[in-house]
Write a protein that binds this ligand. Sequence first.
Ligand code: CA
Length: 184
Amino acid sequence: EFMLVRENRSMRVLIVEDELRMASLIRRGLVSEGLAADLASNGEEALWMAPAHDYDAVVLDVMLPDLDGFEVCRRLRGAGVWSPVLMLTARDSVEDCVAGLDSGADDYLVKPFSARELLARVDGHLRLHRLRREAEDALRASQAKFSTAFDRSPLALTITSLDDSRLIEVNEAFVRFTGYSREE
Ligand code: CA
């Protein structure tokens, strides 16, 4: 089964869809799986709701009365909203798919779809999101460890560019040993 809780609270999803029947169908599906779901019925509404709440995912219809879903997605990314975005469309066209991914969407669902499918996708993106964050943290930690080891090494060490063998960085032992300053 899905892991639908994050940090001991239920996941919260923003649904952006103007067709009320479709919107409440999606909401019912999510709520029946224990998720909380808010509804925005147009692009402008989505643009003020999403940055104000920390949504775990955004389900975004392409066909909206004001801005289209691609534009909404672009603006959300521009506003620093990095929740996974799943685009919904009635058309299964390659152009839509490309436009959706270009605008910063994470995934693409073609109507009609089942609530289970939507949940499986949302869950998959949440896991990816978490893994990416962990990988970034691990990378930062290993970079910090490397630069500490480099600086504290008793050996005079240098880092040179792979392209032209230019000196990029020298460590403290190198500075002591050669009298070279780091700026040089
Ligand atoms: Ca729509």
